[in-house]
Design a protein around this ligand. Structure first.
Ligand SMILES: O=P(O)(O)OC[C@H]1O[C@H](OP(=O)(O)OP(=O)(O)O)[C@H](O)[C@@H]1O
Ligand SMILES: Nc1nc2[nH]cnc2c(=O)[nH]1
Ligand SMILES: [Mg+2]
Length: 171
């Protein structure tokens, strides 16, 4: 994970960028830990969309071909900042979650994880990255990220031209 700061107006935003290679390595590290701790899972539940690619990698490593999805949208509540999750698709094949592993890319506030866990109380929850507020809602994660940092996943980015320093650009 690589750190960077970007200024937008008067605000400085901190980013942690994750490359495809790093994401793949982290997903394999997570798989190693899960293999050590659990009997084979009956299936995985990917939280769309961010959990889909981590779930594909974990499914391959753990030898698990049943991958169910749950689709949740979190949006701003009318009174301002409170997020209210809305279910677009339930994980019907997972029952109460027994024998299933819920997979997401990260936990931030923990709102999404808490909501999905309430639907699948017997499932194990794992993600790649965890911010402090979300950490209590995941059983496993690989790397902690500061709460004020936005994780940029490989699917959020594209390589682009950067002018050389000699042209006076600021890095
Ligand atoms: O802990 P929280 O504050 O709930 O945030 C974490 C969730 O936010 C992101 O998903 P998002 O809702 O942006 O949708 P996406 O996966 O489709 O990109 C991320 O993939 C997690 O699912
Ligand atoms: N890409 C991305 N999505 C998020 N959703 C909630 N927090 C984050 C984050 O840090 N990065
Ligand atoms: Mg998501």
């Amino acid at each position: 994970m690589t750190g960077a700061a970007q200024t937008q107006g008067s605000q400085s935003i901190k980013y942690a960028t994750v490359t495809w290679d790093q994401l793949h390595r982290d997903a394999r590290l997570l798989a190693t830990e899960l293999m050590r701790q659990y009997r084979p899972f009956r299936g995985l539940v990917a939280i769309t969309r961010g959990g889909l690619i981590p779930a594909a990698i974990l499914g391959r490593e753990l030898g698990c071909r049943l991958i169910e999805t749950v689709s949740v949208v979190s949006y701003e509540g009318e009174e301002g900042t409170q997020q209210a999750p809305k279910l677009l698709k339930a994980a019907e094949a997972a029952g109460d979650g027994e024998g299933f592993l819920i997979v997401d890319d990260l936990v931030d506030s923990g709102v999404t994880a808490r909501y999905v866990r309430e639907m699948l109380p017997k499932a194990v929850f794992a993600c790649l990255y965890a911010k402090p507020d979300g950490r209590p809602y995941t059983d496993h994660y690989v790397t902690e990220v500061a709460q004020d940092t936005w994780v940029l996943f490989p699917w959020d980015m594209a390589p682009q031209f950067v002018p050389p320093l000699s042209r006076g650009s600021v890095v």
